[in-house]
Design a binder for this molecule. Structure first.
Ligand code: C6P
Length: 396
């Protein structure tokens, strides 16, 4: 049996999404910017896709949603656009992010630091989220942007976006949230959250890889990352991938319709898997079990190297990860677990399981049996592991 439990890395395209995309490869193939019928033929479904995207995040008609290549591009567009507009060409020079952001945020901020920008990396508390008051505490006269993720890709922890948005609004500071791990898992309402920008990727909610979105609240202007043709009103040059845009829009529609299923059935299967693993001694959920996206659990299993566990599970047809896929290659300690203050040994023991609406009870039962067997086998093989209850910190 094959069981895919790495949906925070990427999801399968929903077959219904694929059906919507098919016509735009060989039949309705015109360039949307062409004035003739072959180009105009793409417009109805492109407009429908935008309607689905706007309603999916409760965007106002006067707001903008720019179709990008992925969340990484959307995030770079916001952070580098603010750098150009508010720092290089104005009097700001400070950005606030959390220390557990995705590398698309942190690496971009590191680049800006190399260009002389001051960046504050807010710590997370024992719950794994940023304290709202710490945002207020670090705001400065020259703060150009606050960028805090909506939900963490490794722990699933949900951040207090509405409260942070209110603080930024009152302070007159622009607020971006990386919503990549929120859309399709929990409700995302850009009006309630007081965000100026959000970023997202279609392949996180059963849309195609290689297409994403950037929400820009009305009244906000950003120097584009990509210059060229007049696509997206000049906000993102380059011929639009029509099939992917249509796919992303339809995936958003289906994802919003499935939020109730995520909150109930997907959560039930995640809890079943997690509870079975927590029956084992010296296991703990990183960040605790509250206030998370319904599909995600990051579990530390003392005495079991994350990579060894993944190899063992892969042999049994199960796909999971030790943390974000983009950090999988390096065998560094998990930065999110480091942020929790976990010791170096523990920081290598995290395994992330992230479910989707396509996982079944049978698959989870199979995975539980395989995981329990793998843990027992690997602990028996470990030269350093001996069950000593007093040695394991409860919680992280
Ligand atoms: C919160 C967050 N923000 C941005 C991205 C980047 O998405 P792209 O479609 O690659 O551009 C991701 C993708 N995180 C995957 C791959 S590294 C994970 O395994 O956690 C994300 O989780």
């Amino acid at each position: 049996m094959e069981v895919y439990l790495d949906n925070n890395a990427t999801t399968a395209v929903d077959p219904a999404v694929y059906e919507q995309m098919k016509p735009f490869f060989c039949d309705i193939f015109g360039n949307p910017n062409s004035l003739h019928r072959f180009g105009a033929g793409t417009h109805p479904k492109m407009m429908e896709a935008l309607d689905y995207l706007y309603s999916g995040i409760n965007a106002d008609d006067e707001d903008d949603i720019v179709i990008t290549g992925n969340a990484t591009e959307s995030i770079n567009t916001v952070i580098k656009g603010i750098w150009i507009d508010k720092i290089l060409n104005a009097d700001k020079n400070h950005i606030i992010v959390s220390e557990v952001e995705h590398p698309a945020v942190t690496a971009t901020c590191k680049f800006l630091e190399s260009q002389g920008v001051s960046v504050t990396y807010l710590p997370v508390n024992e719950e794994g989220i940023v304290d709202v008051q710490s945002v207020k505490q670090y705001l400065r006269e020259d703060t150009a942007l606050v960028s805090i993720m909506w939900a963490n890709n490794e722990t699933g922890k949900i951040f207090p976006i509405e409260e942070i948005g209110q603080i930024c609004k009152e302070a007159g500071v622009l607020f971006h949230s990386d919503a990549t791990q929120a859309i399709g898992k929990i409700p995302v309402d850009v009006q309630k959250a007081n965000v100026d920008f959000i970023s997202f990727s279609a392949h996180k909610f059963h849309g195609p890889k290689g297409v994403g979105g950037l929400y820009i609240k009305k009244g906000n202007k950003l120097t584009p990352l990509l210059h060229g043709g007049e696509q997206m009103g000049g906000k993102r040059a380059g011929t639009v991938d029509v099939a992917s845009m249509v796919g992303m829009g339809f995936a958003m529609k289906l994802a919003v319709e499935a939020l109730e299923y995520e909150a109930t059935e997907v959560k039930r299967l995640r809890d079943k898997l997690e509870s079975a693993i927590l029956e084992l001694p010296e296991t703990v959920v990183i960040g605790g079990v509250n206030n998370r996206t319904p599909n995600t659990t990051l579990i530390s299993i003392r005495g079991v190297e994350g990579e060894s566990m993944l190899w063992d599970l892969n042999q049994k047809g199960i796909g999971a990860s030790t943390g974000s896929a983009c950090a999988s290659e390096d065998l560094e300690a998990n930065p999110v677990m480091n942020a929790f203050g976990s010791d170096s040994e523990l920081a290598h023991t995290g395994v992330r399981f992230s479910l989707s609406r396509f996982n079944t009870e049978e698959q989870i039962d199979y995975a539980i049996e395989a995981i329990i067997g793998a843990v027992k086998r690997l602990r028996n093989l470990s030269s350093s592991y001996a069950y000593a209850p007093e040695s394991h910190k409860s919680g992280l």
